[in-house]
Design a protein around this ligand. Structure first.
Ligand SMILES: Cc1cc2nc3c(=O)[nH]c(=O)nc-3n(C[C@H](O)[C@H](O)[C@H](O)COP(=O)(O)OP(=O)(O)OC[C@H]3O[C@@H](n4cnc5c(N)ncnc54)[C@H](O)[C@@H]3O)c2cc1C
Length: 402
């Protein structure tokens, strides 16, 4: 069924990709799909499942072998995200494998890499990223969590909200305000004064746990500073394209999965003595959906290639996230309509996908913030020229007034 919808994916065509993909599908069908209902009630996928994912080599696939990883390229991480979402599985592996692990690999000391990465690969340690605060979401720079320099440790006070994996994680890569600006600290959950709220009751992706983190006089050893002090905001901005292409790819995977299920459903369901698939409306709607999927596959594959060459720009990643998540939302809505009333019932995958799709336009930067980034890129030269002109004018005025 999959190949009827998707175009040939040169990116995922190697024997190794095919082997990994099939192994992942077999694994998720056995170890995740049958347990989803229980995990949804518990609002969290258990640590034991993370360990199994790790044992099979599906976490942090592009971490180099010297740190226990598979040493694969980013296309394998992207394929894991896409395939998982195609099957309707979403437990926060993107945050762990595609945000936190790359931060540590890129900015960590050798001791930090040796401590965290091998265990993140096996799933023994689960990571989360703490940027958002109750009063700082889109406006990340206004975060208030403080880390006071106390000599050999930082004293951290504040809180984070909406943290994916926050409940199940063993540590957070946390954005804090230090004397010289925003910095990143690796904070282990065992530290005294570090507490976690209960997972939020969400309208979708119910077992990808999301919760609050609280810090009250937490003493964080100086060794846990990630990279340089005051560079945290720059690091986060530098790595956001990878997070955003990841979200775009997850949206594509979910859209493909929903389309596959809808194609099957409309051939089985009957009305007025015919299959739903026999109505031209159904055929045209699904033709549109398939066309959207193929167009986005081609575009996202190109973005993945650019990411593999470390050349994906902030603007390109924002375009990918903005457009793929919007396509995802519209496609799932159209497909749900073809399920009639059943599409509104939670046990149907299309209902779960519909609710889950909504957040992709919010987290990782909202659609509005994506538009801000894209438009800033468009007008960069215009504002640069304007600034030069203003500087020239003020210079000339100063000369004339002398
Ligand atoms: C399920 C879930 C998981 C998440 N996981 C994480 C995580 O792991 N780690 C983490 O740090 N955060 C996480 N987040 C937080 C997420 O990144 C933020 O919710 C998001 O960035 C928006 O911030 P906000 O909710 O404070 O909304 P606000 O910033 O308050 O925005 C409210 C509205 O105003 C709009 N807006 C804001 N500024 C502008 C502007 N300048 N121009 C135009 N419109 C604007 C927004 O687009 C939005 O529509 C998660 C959120 C959810 C829901």
């Amino acid at each position: 069924m999959y190949h009827n919808i998707a175009i040939h994916r040169a990116l995922y065509a190697s024997d190794e990709h095919q082997m990994v993909r099939q192994a992942l599908i077999d694994f998720l069908k056995k170890e995740a799909i049958p347990h989803q209902e229980k995990w949804e009630k518990e609002k969290c996928a258990p640590k034991a499942f993370w360990r199994k994912m790790g044992e099979q080599g599906f976490l942090c696939m592009d971490i180099p072998q010297e740190y226990g990883g598979g040493g694969f390229d980013f296309s394998f991480n992207a394929m894991v995200l896409e395939e998982s979402r195609r099957l309707g599985i979403d437990f926060g592996q993107a945050v762990h494998s595609d945000i936190v692990a790359p931060y540590i690999l890129r900015y960590g000391t050798e001791a930090q890499k040796q401590h965290y990465l091998p265990k993140m690969v096996t799933g023994e340690l689960i990571g989360c990223i703490g940027m958002t605060e109750p009063s700082a979401g889109s406006d990340l720079k206004s975060l208030k969590t403080t880390a006071l320099d106390m000599g050999d440790y930082y004293l951290v006070n504040g809180s984070k909200t909406f943290i994916t994996n926050g409940y199940v994680a063993d540590f957070v890569c946390c954005a804090v305000r230090t004397d010289v600006g925003i910095s990143l600290l690796l904070m282990d959950k065992e530290l005294e004064g570090f507490t976690t709220g209960q997972p939020f009751d969400k309208i979708g992706i119910k077992y990808q746990d999301t919760c609050e983190l609280f810090f009250e006089d937490v003493k964080v050893p100086k060794d846990n500073l990630l990279g340089e002090e005051g560079m945290g905001f720059k690091y986060m901005m530098a790595d956001l394209p990878r997070e955003r292409i990841g979200i775009a790819v997850e949206s594509l995977g979910s859209a493909i999965g929903v389309l596959e299920k809808t194609l099957q459903y409309v051939t089985e369901r009957k009305a007025f003595g015919r299959s739903i698939a026999d109505f031209q409306n159904t055929q045209f709607k699904l033709a549109d959906c398939a066309a959207e999927v193929q167009v986005y596959q081609a575009f996202l594959d190109r973005c993945i290639e650019l990411q593999m060459q470390h050349q994906l720009s902030t603007e390109q990643a924002s375009i990918a996230k903005l457009k793929a998540t919007e396509m995802h939302g519209k496609l799932v809505d159209e497909c749900l309509q073809l399920f009639g009333g059943y599409g509104f019932i939670w046990e149907y995958d299309v209902a779960k996908a519909f609710a889950g799709a909504r957040v992709s336009r919010i987290y990782g930067g909202t659609s509005e913030i994506m538009k801000l980034i894209i438009s800033r890129g468009l007008f960069k030269e215009f504002y640069r020229a304007k600034q030069k002109e203003l500087a020239f004018q003020s210079n000339t005025n100063t000369q004339l007034n002398k």
